[in-house]
Design a protein around this ligand. Structure first.
Ligand code: OAD
Length: 229
């Protein structure tokens, strides 16, 4: 089976009702990144940061995967599909995708402040000040904040090196190292981009300038047709 690697960002979850970050109505228009998505912000005001992610988690409990997520599941009948997502929601998993690698963490998990490898499932529950990990340390969101290492970038790069096709959906390609993953994809492997806005990418790429709900289906239809040839 040929491999399709898909890099997704906030845009694929927009039609489910989750805000993106950098659009005009995006989260970074309402909150300062430094306050809620950096280790320094957390050190300054833990309650504020916990509350920010508690709100995101509560919202996640109320939304569902959309057509964009669902179309990617259809592709698994034809290809080895590997999803690399910058999203901290679980909508790919809810839709039924088997292989999902989270680059920036997961809302439904928390970890020890003292030990990055001590990760616990919390479902849709809030994290409060005083909630402890099994090692007795305060629980923090299992989220990669700006200025922190991205532990899954190496397995992600390895997946990209073995991509026969590469598809980018709903990311402004502003945040590294995620945005650099495309450079690991072999030059001979066709690339697609689904986004309603023009996103600048320094490589030959077929652009479907549409929302994920309609655009992903077009890419999936084309890939299935190629597979059947
Ligand atoms: P951005 O908010 O930067 O970009 C969202 C992209 O989705 C934009 O290019 C939009 O045009 C596009 N978009 C909007 N609606 C769409 C739709 N219906 N269908 C498809 N695309 C749509 O979000 P990301 O690129 O995901 O990190 O941001 C990357 C990282 O920056 C996030 O993971 C987060 C953030 O700060 C952390 O919090 C660590």
């Amino acid at each position: 089976m040929k491999r399709v690697v898909i890099l997704t960002g906030a845009g694929i979850s927009a039609e489910s009702g989750i805000s993106t970050f950098r659009d005009s109505d995006g989260l970074w228009e309402q909150y300062r990144v430094e306050d809620v998505a950096t280790p320094e912000g957390y050190a300054k005001d833990k309650a504020l940061v916990l509350d920010f992610y508690n709100q995101r988690r509560r919202q996640l409990a109320t939304v569902e995967p959309n057509e964009g997520h669902k179309q990617l599941v259809r592709l698994e009948q034809y290809y080895d599909v590997q999803i690399i997502t910058q999203n901290v929601d679980n909508l790919h998993e809810q839709a039924g995708s088997k292989n999902v690698l989270h680059l920036h963490g997961e809302l439904t998990k928390a970890r020890s402040e003292r030990n990055d490898d001590l990760i616990v499932d919390i479902g849709y529950n809030d994290i409060h000040l005083g909630d402890k990990a099994p090692d007795g340390a305060q629980l923090r969101p299992h989220i990669v904040w700006f200025g922190e290492a991205v532990p899954n970038i190496e397995p992600a790069a390895a997946l990209c090196e073995q991509a026969d096709f590469f598809v980018v959906v709903g990311t402004s390609m502003n945040v590294y190292p995620a945005a650099g993953l495309i450079h690991y994809v072999p030059r001979t492997s066709p690339c697609y981009l689904v986004d309603p806005k023009a996103v600048t990418i320094s490589r030959n790429i077929k652009v479907i300038q549409e929302k994920a709900g309609t655009g992903v289906k077009k890419v999936v239809d084309e890939l299935i047709e190629l597979c059947n040839k």
